[in-house]
Design a protein around this ligand. Structure first.
Ligand SMILES: [Ca+2]
Length: 301
């Protein structure tokens, strides 16, 4: 019998674990001051967003019939991963990560109508214009992002795993962005206990503290990074990008409609082969600030 309610994506750890972890520390070239790093080392406090970027808190991209809403994620730092013995083995050690640049992250998972507008097709298993697109591989997502760039004149990416967890946590250090117990999970996430075995229209649950919807549950979300079990290390890292290999498996985050709350935690890591498409995996876009119009004389964009 088909296990249609189970969307946990099996880890390809045998393939992944041979990949050496690589976290590039970009030092001070990105303009962080010593105080920022000291703050990061002292406990993952969120840095104040600099107003010098002149970026609105939200950005709505509207080109023809295509519309996508983004939320500004400020530069800052956070504690990535889980305290020892409180999560899976690939979530240790918990460590300080600096996100050196602000970025825009999709307020919602990419919907089927958005995917179809860009790609001219819809591969999803569960059908509905406002449902998140799924059954898309990591490679499919790269094509989507390139076509979206051509269509809109902006640049896009999948979030790095660090960007994703930073945005999911939204300043929290708890297991979920809504707390350390899963008592409220039904208010924030579509999962095994409430989904009825399928995805649901995006934005149907409460958002996280930074206004992002469905970071926990609905569909798991592809990240840019390749997966490796031992990616994390002690110390401060700036803008980590994961292992530098071309093939293998990529990270997916947040858990999906068939998952228990434990698999929807902020720190929970999963992966799938970059050519594999699964009906529990979709995506959320990063809009690159560098591709936005320069500020006008009034400082506004
Ligand atoms: Ca999700």
């Amino acid at each position: 019998m088909e296990q249609k309610t189970e969307t946990r994506i099996s880890r390809n750890c045998d393939r992944c674990s041979s990949v050496p972890g690589l976290l590039a520390v970009l030092s001070f070239a990105i303009g962080l001051c010593a105080t920022n790093l000291a703050t990061a080392q002292s406990g993952g406090l969120i840095l104040e967003h600099s107003d010098s970027w002149n970026l609105p808190k939200e950005w709505v991209l509207s080109v023809g019939n295509f519309r996508m809403e983004f939320v500004l994620i400020p530069a800052g730092s956070f504690l990535m991963g889980s305290p020892d013995e409180t999560g899976d083995g690939d979530e240790y050690p918990r460590h300080d990560v600096v996100i050196s640049q602000p970025f825009y992250l999709g307020k919602y998972e990419v919907t089927q109508e958005q995917w179809e507008e860009v790609m001219g097709s819809n591969p999803s298993r569960f059908r509905g214009a406002k449902l998140p697109v799924e059954t898309v591989s990591w490679k499919d997502c790269q094509v989507f992002l390139a076509k979206l760039a051509a269509k809109t004149g902006r640049k896009f990416a999948l979030p790095t795993e660090a960007q994703w967890e930073y945005a999911c946590r939204a300043g929290t250090t708890t297991f979920w962005s809504f707390g350390d117990t899963n008592a409220a999970v039904d208010e924030f996430a579509w999962g095994k206990s409430n989904s009825g075995g399928q995805s649901h229209p995006v934005g149907g649950k409460k958002p996280n503290p930074w206004g992002l919807y469905d970071m926990h549950g609905n569909v798991s979300e592809w990240c840019a990074d390749r997966y490796a079990k031992h990616t994390y290390s002690n110390g401060v890292v700036v803008d980590p990008v994961g292992p530098t290999v071309q093939e293998g498996s990529a990270v997916c985050r947040g858990g999906a409609w068939g998952d228990d709350p434990d698999l929807q935690r902020s720190a929970y890591r999963n992966c799938n082969g970059i050519g594999n498409a699964h009906h529990g995996i979709g995506l959320r876009c990063v809009l690159l600030v560098s591709s936005l119009p320069a500020p006008g004389p009034d400082g506004k964009r």
